[in-house]
Design a protein around this ligand. Structure first.
Ligand SMILES: NC(=O)c1ccc[n+]([C@@H]2O[C@H](COP(=O)([O-])OP(=O)(O)OC[C@H]3O[C@@H](n4cnc5c(N)ncnc54)[C@H](O)[C@@H]3O)[C@@H](O)[C@H]2O)c1
Length: 258
């Protein structure tokens, strides 16, 4: 008897899929049989992801664009439907961080983080939901939150604000769109070994080894790998989670547990 998760016939759009968690999720969804469109600003990284998707036998497309700009978002969703004919899964994952306090953060950086981390989810979902309803009759939207959307963190004020917004807008969207067959959930990673976390180490002037040693104090005693988060995304994308909406799944090796 197989309990394999199948996404055969489904189409997924993954934002921020050129690296880290987005890339790992794109690969995981493709391994389960989905056709995947990657939307990212980073063309070179996006090409590499598409190559990996082809390696696992998946049909894939790269759309280079900025998810904080409505014209890019609208054109991305249109291109997905032109290419694949439908849209079932939207992983709103693109995100950025600035390690600053209210006294050191610029207004420009406040606006940029809120635009990429929060406004993009509004824009993408606004473009995708009608298309999901028309082409698939239902849909699953997964938003990337963060442990720092649940608790506060040092020198990360706009990031914490943005991720708390992501987690609560997920609940609001679940209420609004559940009756139309659209499930909306968030995945909140803890420290995961990606370009973003390494950039944080540089921004704070801290050695990478400190991030690794800090993780040893948490219950599962290691940093997350992008694949750890991708497995939760796969669950939320699939029919194994058909009665799950408005949830925030924390995937952090127990970091928030105590
Ligand atoms: N790595 C962690 O420890 C961690 C922890 C909690 C939450 N997260 C969240 O996970 C998500 C993925 O981050 P990651 O760690 O994989 O980082 P990452 O930097 O490896 O990936 C982020 C991707 O988003 C893309 N991107 C950034 N701005 C964009 C824009 N305006 N339009 C399109 N694409 C854009 C980048 O080019 C990059 O490919 C983010 O939302 C992040 O906040 C990460």
């Amino acid at each position: 008897m197989s309990v394999g998760i199948s996404l055969e016939g489904r189409v997924a759009l993954v934002t921020g899929g050129a690296s880290g968690i987005g890339r790992a999720a794109a690969v995981r969804l493709a391994e389960a049989g989905a056709r995947v469109a990657v939307v990212d600003l980073d063309e070179a990284g996006g090409r590499e992801t598409v190559e990996r998707l082809h390696q696992v036998g998946g049909e894939a497309a790269l759309i280079v664009g900025d998810v904080s700009l409505d014209r890019h978002v609208q054109s991305a969703v249109k291109r997905v439907v032109e290419r694949f004919g439908r849209l079932d899964i939207l992983f709103n994952n693109a995100g950025i961080i600035r390690r600053r306090t209210v006294l050191t953060l610029s207004e420009e950086d406040w606006d940029r983080v809120m635009a990429v981390n929060v406004k993009s989810i509004f824009l993408m979902s606004r473009a995708a939901i009608p298309v999901m309803q028309e082409t698939a009759g239902r849909g699953s939207i997964i938003n990337t939150g963060s442990g720092w959307g649940v608790t506060g963190g040092a020198e990360a004020v706009v990031y914490c604000a943005s991720k708390a917004a992501v987690i609560n807008m997920t609940r609001a969207m679940a209420i609004d769109h559940g009756p139309n067959g659209i499930r909306v959930n968030s995945v909140s990673p803890g420290d995961t070994d990606t370009g973003m976390l390494r950039q944080e180490a540089r921004e704070l002037g801290q050695p990478w080894a400190l991030f690794e040693s800090d993780s040893k104090d948490r219950p599962l005693a290691r940093l997350g790998q992008p694949r750890d988060i991708a497995d939760a995304v796969l669950f939320l994308a699939s029919d194994l989670s058909v009665w799950v909406t408005g949830a925030n799944i924390v995937v952090d090796g127990g970091g928030l547990a105590g």
